[in-house]
Design a protein around this ligand. Sequence first.
Ligand code: EPU
Length: 440
Amino acid sequence: MSDILYVNGGTPLHGTITVRGAKNFVSKAMVASLLGETPSRLSNVPLIRDVEVVSGLLDLHGVAVHYDTAAGVLDLDPSNVETAHVADIDAHAGSSRIPILLCGPLLHRLGEAFIPDLGGCAIGDRPINYHLDILRQFGAVVDKRAGGIHLRAPRRLQGTKISLPYPSVGATEQLLLTAVRAEGITELSGAAIEPEIMDLIAVLQKMGAIISVDTDRVIRIEGVERLVGYHHRALGDRIEAASWASAALATGGDIMVKGATQPEMMTFLNTFRKVGGQFDVLDDGIRFWHPGDKLNSIVLETDVHPGFMTDWQQPLVVALTQASGLSIVHETVYENRFGFTNSLTKMGATIQVYKECLGGAACRFGQRNFNHSAVISGPTPLRAADITVPDLRGGFSHLIASLAAQGRSTVRGIDLIDRGYEFFQDKLAALGADVERGCS
Ligand code: EPU
């Protein structure tokens, strides 16, 4: 059974919506609570499926989780942490990648951890080799078994010196969550420095960790014996905010996104302005709108922070189908993040994908078999279609395309969007969209 959204498109979105805490921070802060000896409280937590999945995983490990969904407050008490059954972890994790990040905290607390097989996904292979190398370097014994990977810490994990071949967000988080309670000093070079990572460092510091961040992607951690719980308000979701901004641009609308913040969105805002969108930074959020003029084509390359986020790319590409001329987008974070353009082409967009690194420096996917550059020719009117959501952000792009298109579209598999977009259907209704949910 798949959830469907019927969308009567062609109406500009107008109105105000609110974004709460960042999906890609909240789940990590929840995991960090495992490291404390006392309860933690996280606020500004969105009601999304990823939060439910991580709550379930923590619950399986003996963490008492209480979530006041209306207030967005999550209380996490790790006093009774215990080893969970492998089959339960496997059944509960679904497609979530969070079990990998439980490893460091569980190795400290219990001396062992288990990661179910995670597999690839629609946007790329998403290997975990950096994570396993990091855990090995701390002294963990990694044992690949049927159904997953078992890890053991024969003695207290030891601080170490590590250099990442690529500034991976997850691997940097893995290192932080492991190093804070390891014995001695850990130094990471080539670290990811996304705002969500900085907020995780803020949480860990509140818990008693000693972490310094240099300007050259070097992070140093002095391990401590014990950590306590934290009280923290999650930073806002800059991916969701940019998704609504792109929806305003693609539909010719005007959306006030409460909870959007300028410092974390600087790079997006520059690009949004270059395309021809307008915005106003206000005390409680950012208003994004289409001024009614022609939109401009651009050359864009995704990158790690402070570059243009890969997760902003998919929604913005829909707006680029309405820009005049040829836009070039070079995706350098994931090897396979243009699959979603097939549906846009079906809806009338002119998009060609290439294996070459177009419009920027050569990246690690060049000369390999990955369609990771796209050329978008516009403006092209979009027409309604029957389409299926491929992944979370690609799914939101499909939603934007169907809102911009004339006619009634059928968007299948939209339950995937519930993973990361809180109350998106209510928000669409508040913005004047004509949508109806069904299932088949
Ligand atoms: N990589 C490896 N080996 C590893 C880990 C990563 O080769 O062991 C590669 C990946 O294959 C990818 C690149 O490094 O090509 C970057 O991956 P990264 O580890 O930075 O990504 P992640 O931690 O798995 C998080 C977000 C993603 C977001 C990326 C980049 C979460 C739960 N996910 O993933 O968010 O795209 O960082 O910012 O935090 C989303 O929200 O839809 C989403 C996919």
